[in-house]
Design a protein around this ligand. Structure first.
Ligand code: PLP
Length: 450
């Protein structure tokens, strides 16, 4: 990249004067002006380039400016740029068919939305209409989106200032072996006790009032929490026993992040509704949706579904979705994610865990990993407190700054670093990025030692 101070100043100027940013105190932020990107890298106007180890917001599965996705958008724009959802469209129909082909047996229909939040919003709506029951159970450690029901489903602190947007949501504890809310000392015990807790929650809230349980198949932003063996099948069993719809939120892990099309495939379970967004087209044009089991879809065969969006199944968004399927097949994306995850990332992160006193645990699957940072490995005290901001979060900010200085854009959240690069990253770049993280951990080691 070539430094262009005039462009840098112009982009920064318009942004600071006129763009109101997400989740931020507007006067306290300094958004990086980005000039361009290619593959796993993007660059600014100051001559710096960054290896994107966060895939933007864990959506850029096929990387920046993938030629097949860009061409698909251009081709579709030249043919039919938009069409309203109540008409049939070739590109939308093809994408829906391809998604149903990778879904479990008995999932034939797809409802398209503009992103992940409204996918969850509409999945909950379907569950409520089909069961006639309003309440929804969701995990404390979760993120499900920013619209009214989705932000209420969200367990993390982004919910707090928005409460109560939907009075019919109840939170429960999911499994988290490293910080077990159940004082379990094995994954089996964690699964068993988490299921007992969930069943007690169902009984005390009243099974006759609960329409749905929504779970990220691997909790994403809130920790890359891999469910212990038996947990999700146990949730399935509880849902069957109590007449509850099981919604799998696959917005972050669907479309290859774990080396499988869907996250739940790793855990021997089939939900009733699957929500997706992000990786379906790498976020090149906003798109999300709900894959609907035939039993639930049949409910709406003769009863109208009371929901819709002007841009449901927008052809410009569906075209890169169709291209995504082609690229995954041609380039063996799922296989390479599994290979890189196990052969390159897992051993390297385990080495870091052994070497760096500030690393408490590493965990993950495919190209989705967390490094959990602690002050003390014995007590497991987090490096920074839950929901830390400002001065409290300084050690994490120092870590992120060290990464950026070395040309890597990291994903950090509370006391964790996530490793979530584009699935097309080269092995060399992956190793180079892990080298940067390894060195930057010396900053957090020093914090722990002081
Ligand atoms: N669900 C999960 C698991 C997510 O990670 C996100 C976004 O990060 C969402 C839902 C919300 O998606 P969107 O921001 O597209 O509305």
């Amino acid at each position: 990249p070539i430094a262009d101070p005039a462009a840098d100043a112009a982009v920064r100027g318009d942004d600071r004067s006129h763009v109101f940013h997400s989740w931020s105190a507007q006067a306290l932020i300094d958004p990086l002006p980005v000039a361009g990107g290619a593959g796993a890298t993007f660059w600014d106007y100051a001559g710096n380039s960054y290896l994107d180890f966060s895939s933007q917001l864990v959506n850029l599965n096929l990387g920046h400016q993938h030629p097949d996705l860009v061409a698909a958008i251009q081709e579709q724009a030249g043919r039919l740029a938009t069409i309203q959802p109540s008409m049939a469209n070739a590109t939308r129909g093809e994408l829906a068919r391809r998604i149903s082909e990778i879904a479990p047996d008995g999932f034939s229909k797809v409802f398209f939305t503009n992103g992940g939040a409204d996918a969850n919003e509409n999945a909950v709506r379907m569950a409520r209409l089909v069961t006639g029951k309003r309440k929804v159970l969701a995990m404390y450690r979760s993120y499900h989106g920013n619209t009214s029901t989705a932000i209420t489903l969200t367990g993390d602190p982004r919910r707090w200032a928005n409460e109560p947007a939907d009075a019919s949501v109840v939170h429960f504890f999911g499994p988290y072996a490293y910080r077990s809310p159940f004082h379990a000392d094995s994954p089996e015990q964690e699964a068993e006790r988490a299921l007992a807790h969930l069943e007690q929650t169902i009984i005390l809230e009243g099974a006759s009032t609960i329409g749905a349980i929504i779970i990220e198949s691997v909790v994403g932003t809130n920790g890359v929490l891999i469910p212990p063996p038996g947990y999700l099948p146990g949730v399935r069993e509880l849902c069957d026993r109590y007449g509850i719809v099981y919604i799998a939120d696959e917005v972050m892990v669907g479309f290859g992040r774990l080396g499988t099309w869907w996250g739940f495939e790793n855990f021997d379970v089939v939900p009733d509704l699957i929500t997706f967004a992000k990786g379906v087209n790498s976020g090149y044009v906003p798109l999300g949706g709900v894959v609907i089991s035939d039993r639930i879809a049949a409910h709406f065969d003769t009863v109208s579904f009371p929901g819709g969006l002007t841009y449901s199944g927008h052809p410009l968004a569906c075209a890169p979705g169709v291209a995504t399927f082609e690229v995954f097949r041609r380039d063996g994306i799922l296989e390479r994610v599994r290979d890189l995850g196990e052969r390159v990332v897992r051993p390297r992160l385990e080495q870091m865990a052994a070497r760096h006193p500030s690393v408490g645990e590493v965990r993950g699957l495919g190209l989705f990993w967390a490094i959990e940072l602690v002050r003390d490995r014995q007590s497991r005290e987090p490096l920074v407190p839950f929901n830390a901001a400002g001065a409290d979060a300084a050690p994490m900010a120092a870590f992120a700054a060290a990464c950026k200085k070395a040309g890597l854009w990291p994903f950090t959240h509370f006391n964790r670093v996530h490793v979530a690069p584009p699935l097309i990253i080269s092995e060399d770049d992956l190793v180079r990025g892990l080298d940067v993280i390894d060195r930057a951990l010396e900053v957090t080691d020093a914090e722990v030692a002081s």
